[in-house]
Design a protein around this ligand. Structure first.
Ligand code: NG6
Ligand code: CA
Length: 531
């Protein structure tokens, strides 16, 4: 063998070993669904329709029955998930408008930064709802956005700025509007309408879906939204295609990476290019946020009318399809076993969330929150108790297991850091703790307690046994439309979560010492992170 070939094959060996070491780090996909309740999947007890792909994911992994988001609405919940910091530590983390400036600051450490540090390629796809651009209402939607997920560690992003019910109704790829249409410049305002533009309020005859509360501003695709926008042309999304778009953006990006790895000539014609090879072998992290099942629920014709529960049920079927598309793509590419998938929801469920889609009327015996009380927005458990499934066959996550351990999404940062072998300084992900063995189904050790924030920013604390809701001013029911109990009372509430009555019997008077102890614990957390 001539010397150059020998060097080449040695380099190939080194490169193969490096590749081996690389692939032992799993790809990580977080599927963050929107407004899906604890009881919305068949593997969590739904009986009026079935979610076979999600059930299959659970069968290939561990399913948690006491998992919590950090807040009962999207923006604060996602803020906590991506930063490992509770949203009550930072003002401006409430449900964001579509023209909000970026809420996580570029200098903050995020989950994507963690994965970059571990040598991963990173992507954010789908619903974002954490603001874009350095200044609220100052974004140039027709040019370049000056702050994007790229500033938070994401190599690639293809996202909806906020929610499907908020303008602008376009996807944003990296720093610009995807499929930008120069013939229809985009204007966005959350203050006033653009002259001559129809709105849901003034032109209900133009609507294919009527609002039930709010959502009566600009009309896009026959659906009126929150906020005003003009223009967009070919870039405007069609609601019925959003799930397909999100699935294809996600799968295309993954496929590109896998093809790069396959085609990388690590040793061709005596030339070794192992730099390129190892680059192409980078594991990936994808933060994949579905639009389903947030309002407006307007699923594709393939799903419309396919559940007995109207468009909310159809959106669940569409979500299940999305999960099936992702898992099938991973199988096809041969990377399913070494891909760690976490599927969860940003907050609890809501039926009527502002559009007359008959979700309440058609729910029948379906209990979107399962056995938990309340729903999206609430301080009660259903505000934050969400489905949580972890699957990673190569990582030996037990298959078909149910874990009753109390877990919280706030721990994503440090649990995933442990999975990918990164150490984090105490100043990063300050509220996150390493519970990776529990998350991977290898231990049943629960979190000592979980803290969650309701829509009025009041907090509650849950231990494996107790739930304490701080006294807070506010109405008993969500006041603007959704028929949901808030869990707000001016006196302390203490519930025995191990007892049969759950959140129906207030034990605060019976157990003043426990109230005092949990109140103190919560106050300490509010002041500073407790280790
Ligand atoms: C509310 C919207 C609701 C939903 C929610 C945010 C009205 C009347 N209601 O203000 O429809 O968009 O905000 O949902 O505007 S979340 O899941 O993104 O937090
Ligand atoms: Ca949500």
């Amino acid at each position: 063998m001539n010397p150059s070939r020998l060097i080449c094959s040695m380099a190939a060996l080194v490169s193969a070993a490096a590749a081996q070491a690389q692939t032992s780090k799993p790809n990580v996909i977080v599927i963050m669904t929107d407004d899906v309740g604890y009881g919305d999947f068949s593997c969590y007890g739904a009986t009026r329709m079935s979610t076979p792909h999600i059930d299959q994911l659970a069968a290939r992994g561990t399913r948690f029955t006491d998992a919590h988001a950090s807040a009962s609405t999207s923006t604060p919940s996602r803020y906590a998930f991506l930063t490992g910091e509770y949203p009550f530590r930072r003002l401006g983390t409430d449900v964001a408008a579509g023209n909000a400036g970026m809420i996580i600051k570029p200098e903050q450490f995020t989950l994507a930064d963690l994965f970059k540090r571990a040598g991963y390629a990173t992507a954010a796809i789908g619903k974002w709802h954490l603001g874009l651009g350095s200044k609220t209402a100052q974004q140039d939607w027709n040019g370049q956005l000056d702050q994007t997920p790229a500033d938070l560690g994401f190599d690639y992003s293809c996202i909806m700025a906020a929610t499907a019910d908020r303008v602008p109704c376009v996807f944003i790829e990296n720093d610009h509007v995807k499929n930008y249409d120069p013939s229809a410049p985009i204007q966005v305002s959350y203050r006033q309408n653009f002259e001559g533009e129809p709105t849901g309020k003034s032109n209900p005859e133009l609507l294919q879906l009527q609002p039930s509360h709010g959502h009566d501003m600009s009309i896009v695709n026959g659906i009126s939204r929150i906020g005003y926008m003009k223009g967009g042309g070919k870039a405007l999304w069609k609601d019925e295609d959003i799930a397909d778009s999100i699935a294809s953006y996600a799968i295309n990006w993954i496929e590109e990476r896998v093809n790069m790895a396959k085609n990388a000539p690590h040793c061709r014609k005596g030339e070794c290019d192992h730099t390129r090879r190892s680059e192409a072998n980078l594991p990936f992290f994808m933060y994949l946020c579905t639009n389903d099942i947030h309002v407006p629920r307007w699923p594709h014709a393939r799903f419309a009318g396919k559940s007995p529960m109207g468009s909310r049920g159809d959106a669940i079927l569409q979500l299940d399809w999305t999960v099936g598309q992702i898992t099938a793509a991973l199988q096809r590419m041969g990377i399913a076993d070494n891909t760690l998938i976490i599927l969860t929801s940003d907050n609890g469920p809501v039926l009527d969330d502002g559009y007359a889609d008959r979700a309440e009327e058609l729910a029948g015996s379906h209990r979107p929150a399962g056995h938990w009380r309340g729903g999206k927005y609430s301080a009660f458990e259903a505000g934050s108790a969400v489905p949580f499934i972890v699957s990673w066959p190569a990582g030996k996550v037990p298959q078909g297991k149910t874990s009753r351990a109390l877990v919280s999404q706030i721990d994503a940062m440090r649990s995933l850091a442990a999975v990918v072998g990164e150490q984090l300084a105490d100043s990063l992900g300050i509220d996150s703790r390493d519970h990776h063995r529990t998350w991977l189904g290898l231990s049943s050790k629960p979190r000592n307690y979980v803290v969650s924030m309701a829509y009025n920013r009041s907090v509650s604390i849950r231990t494996p046994q107790w739930k304490y809701i701080v006294p807070t001013k506010g109405p008993a029911m969500v006041p603007w439309g959704p028929h949901i109990e808030t869990g707000f009372t001016s006196t302390a509430q203490l519930y025995n979560m191990r007892g049969k009555q759950g959140e129906t019997t207030n034990m605060a008077e019976k157990h003043p010492k426990i109230v005092k102890q949990l109140d103190e614990q919560l106050k300490k957390e509010l002041e500073s992170p407790q280790r």
